[in-house]
Design a protein around this ligand. Structure first.
Ligand code: GLA
Length: 345
């Protein structure tokens, strides 16, 4: 898939399972560029937003399909302390740090090698982030492996190490639209999230530190709810996020792979089930998409044409000591497994 302005080659890998499900991945940003899965009549459709050319990903500002990090999500004022030392990260979202900074993991070239076999094709990408990059301490080596399983799952395994104490909280930033048509909004999809509470945010989208019950609020996705049903309700949290852009506190123990969410599109019958071992799930409804990004087939991506289900630790954890922490020390290994499973109903 062509060259970066500095001449380095970017490669695209196609994973295909026996059922004909395909995932395409480029080593720029460890980005998922397409994911074709069947509808209830067996018709394949691409369910992720993205671009036809590399340039779209180079110019893009909305993290389409990429792995984001070192810290996926926001850190208030880009500041945190670790072992008594204060660190200042790049500020790139109002007064805060978002998704790893100006040149996060989504804007760098990863080294790739194909692994796996016909039963489970996979590709492994590696990025070495230098000490001080975007303000983070320590050299971090992160491996991300995408595998396409025989059960129509895209499985993502992360493994990271460091040579100095640091923080690491990567996630996957695909925008999904299960209709197979990337011009429809996602407002008619139904969503279920395995969470009794969420982390309320302030105007800058930084958690206040509370865990609030979802009961009797538009944040209640304990049973499947149509996304459009309450997204514009007069509710302060929704006005701060311009819609859904919040972290849900997943039930069960983090560290253990468990069901996190189910996304369903009634017309096509496509169902996506998300499994993760992470403590939180950021559900972002594509509220900031505004038609400026011209995507696949020249389609302008308008507001809410795709949604993200980002598995990770909660936002701003280094400044919220009671949240599950993401400190990584030399000798330790960061691990995450997240699965996006596709079926029909
Ligand atoms: C995230 C954030 C959103 C937005 C998008 C990128 O998922 O939660 O607020 O910044 O990334 O546009």
């Amino acid at each position: 898939m062509h060259k970066l302005p500095d001449g380095r080659n970017v490669f695209q890998y196609t994973l295909k399972n026996r059922a004909g499900v395909t995932a395409q991945i480029i080593n720029y940003g460890a980005t998922v560029t397409s994911l074709r899965v069947p509808d209830r009549n067996g018709i394949m459709g691409d369910v992720v937003l993205g671009f036809d050319s590399l340039q779209g990903y180079i110019d893009g500002t909305a993290y389409f399909g990429a792995v984001v990090g070192r810290y996926g999500n926001r850190i208030g004022k880009g500041r945190f302390q670790l072992d008594g030392k204060q660190y200042q990260l790049t500020i790139n979202d109002g007064e805060n740090h978002l998704h790893g900074g100006k040149i996060g993991f989504n804007k760098v070239l990863w080294e790739a090698k194909t692994l796996g076999d016909r039963e489970e094709p996979s590709v492994q990408l590696q990025y070495r982030s230098r000490d001080g990059e975007e303000g983070y301490p320590g050299t971090v080596t992160l491996n991300v492996t995408y595998a396409l399983t025989g059960k129509n799952e895209l499985r993502i395994d992360y493994e990271g190490t460091t040579d100095k104490p640091t923080i690491l909280n990567p996630t996957q930033h695909s925008y999904f639209n299960l209709s197979g048509s990337l011009t429809n909004t996602v407002l008619d999809h139904t969503l279920m999230i395995e969470a009794d509470s969420f982390t309320p945010i302030d105007r800058g989208l930084i958690p206040t530190g509370q865990l609030a019950s979802v009961a009797n609020t538009p944040m209640d996705f304990r049973t499947p709810v149509t996304i459009g049903a309450h997204i514009d309700d007069p509710y302060e949290q929704l006005s701060f996020g311009r819609g859904y852009d919040h972290n849900w506190v997943l039930k069960g123990s983090s560290g253990q792979l468990r069901k996190a969410a189910e996304l369903y599109e009634p017309a096509s019958g496509r169902l996506m089930t998300v499994f993760t071992d992470q403590p939180g799930l950021q559900f972002y409804a594509g509220n900031f998409l505004n038609g400026t990004a011209k995507g696949k087939n020249g389609i302008a991506y308008g507001r809410r044409v795709g949604l993200c289900l980002e598995t990770q630790a909660f936002p701003d954890t280094p400044n919220k000591p009671h949240f599950p922490q993401v400190t990584l020390r030399p000798g330790q290994v960061y691990r995450q497994t997240t699965i996006y499973q596709f079926s029909t109903k």
